[in-house]
Write a protein that binds this ligand. Structure first.
Ligand SMILES: Nc1ncnc2c1ncn2[C@@H]1O[C@H](COP(=O)(O)OP(=O)(O)O)[C@@H](O)[C@H]1O
Ligand SMILES: [Mg+2]
Length: 465
């Protein structure tokens, strides 16, 4: 069954990163970061489930992320060979057939786009795929897809006015990493600011942010943020891969120009996520990063659950650069201001690699970081996720939910700010985060180990595990 995963993964894209990045990560530095960044985070182990088990394992269609997910599912299957795998190929073959009759435990490994329209909720609040109830769904961004499909209210939000009372706030189906923090940049920014006291000692600085629930609110707030010509970033609710991330400035913009930015943002969001709007959006100042080839950069630190020690550890990931030098355009756009690898190719893109090993002396120098500072950043990343996830656990306890939330893996992305060289956290990703081959090859199994552990903790292992 494990080979089915890789047949499905063949239909995705890939970046030739393993050779160019993972293998260049410094052994000793990766190890020092991994050891020193441990933060304890106990999780609970539920008894094995008696019913037929079903795991929904979605990925964004046509992306390299599918390979990362296939590796994790493969790790799980090595320990749990009784499961059967249904990929998009198998699902197309048995189009719309009910799965209720299937006698085996199942992993449904398919693109979000195929899985989501076929989901329903039963009266127990359990997600069903083609009539079969699913105990677990992987991936924090699943909550956003469920929200748009109107199966769940995933807004963490603002005020009760924005909650949709027709939708449940919690599901019986457990989401791995289901903390919601990965969905909403404003939650992440609030979390960073709340931790700023303890992060300051690690040379980490945080950014302010505001939230707008509607396009009108966003326009007014952006006008005020941009009144002295300052540049700002506007990020949509529940999106990834740079989708609909938008910018104003630098330089003063008129009301109409700002309105146009917001219209384009909505159109881009809808092109990817259907007839939904990107609100609430999160707005922050643009933190200009140190540059490689004149292009802004960011640095990804992966965080993984260490099942042996019961806590979170961090692994240096990759540095990415934008496609186009910052100075090539008069305004900020995805091409010169964002580092996402899936953005549309720009005609004036600088040739050459866009991804580099973070734990490498030359790259550390380009980012104005030292080895000690990289270890500090890894400590910061572990603390950031451990703190966020322990809050999720406390909320689940307060609600008396039967299962304890499980953390698999995630990341924190930092911009190293031009000027003061402080590390500014800009994004937390949950187990939707891709680019696993960027880590030192010795640590590549850490993602699968963490995921298998989380699934076993939820009672999803073959009997006896
Ligand atoms: N406040 C900021 N300052 C500088 N760059 C930013 C800021 N916010 C976002 N970016 C850039 O935009 C990119 C996309 O934003 P991000 O929050 O990672 O959204 P996504 O979830 O779509 O990847 C980042 O990788 C980074 O390059
Ligand atoms: Mg990102």
């Amino acid at each position: 069954m494990r080979d089915s995963l890789f047949r499905a993964a063949q239909r995705g894209k890939y970046f030739p990163m393993e050779e160019s990045v993972g293998q260049l990560q410094d052994d000793q530095l990766t190890n020092a970061a991994f050891q020193d960044s441990f933060v304890s985070l106990p999780t609970m182990h539920a008894p094995a489930r008696k019913e037929r088990k079903t795991i929904l394992w979605p990925y964004p269609r046509g992306t390299a992320d599918c390979i990362d997910r296939a590796n994790c599912a493969d790790h799980f299957l090595r320990f749990n060979p009784d499961y059967r795998v249904l990929t998009d190929l198998a699902l197309a073959f048995q189009e719309h057939a009910s799965l209720d009759h299937h006698r085996n435990d199942l992993i449904v490994f398919a693109p979000f786009e195929d899985i989501i329209p076929q989901l329903t909720l039963n009266q127990d609040g359990c997600i069903c795929f083609r009539g079969r109830s699913c105990q677990v769904m992987l991936n924090e961004l699943s909550l956003g897809y469920l929200h748009r499909q109107k199966l769940l209210d995933a807004r963490t939000s603002l005020s009760a006015d924005h909650a949709d009372h027709a939708m449940p706030r919690h599901l019986a189906t457990q989401i791995i990493n289901g903390s919601r923090v990965g969905l909403f940049k404003a939650m992440q920014m609030t979390h960073f600011e709340r931790m700023s006291g303890q992060l300051a000692g690690l040379d980490v600085a945080t950014l302010p942010h505001t939230v707008a629930a509607t396009e009108n609110e966003a326009r007014a707030q952006l006008l005020s943020m941009n009144q002295d010509g300052a540049a700002a970033v506007i990020r949509p609710f529940s999106a990834s891969q740079g989708t609909a991330v938008s910018f104003v400035g630098p330089g003063k913009m008129g009301e109409e120009e700002i309105a146009n930015v917001l219209t384009t943002q909505r159109e881009r969001y809808q092109a990817k996520y259907g007839n939904n709007d990107p609100y609430p959006v999160t707005m922050s100042p643009f933190a200009e990063a140190v540059k490689i080839e004149g292009c802004v950069t960011d640095a990804r630190i992966f965080v993984v659950y260490d099942p042996k020690e019961g806590g979170i550890r961090s692994i240096p990931g990759m540095v990415r650069r934008a496609q186009v030098p910052l100075a090539n355009r008069s305004k900020l756009e995805l091409a010169n201001a964002a580092t996402n690898l899936n953005a549309l190719p720009a005609a004036d893109a600088v040739d050459g690699p866009r991804v580099f090993p973070l734990a490498h002396p030359d790259i550390l120098r380009s980012l104005c970081l030292t080895r000690e500072r990289l270890v500090s950043l890894c400590i910061a990343a572990s603390r950031i996720w451990a703190d966020a996830f322990s809050k999720t656990q406390m909320e689940a306890n307060a609600d008396n939910r039967p299962d304890s939330p499980q953390f698999g893996y995630g990341s924190v992305d930092f911009v190293i700010r031009e000027g003061d060289h402080k590390a500014v956290p800009i994004e937390m990703n949950g187990s939707n985060v891709g680019s696993h081959p960027a880590v030192h090859p010795k640590y590549l199994d850490a993602f699968g180990q963490a995921t298998t552990h989380a699934l076993h903790n939820l009672g999803l292992g073959d009997d006896g595990i």
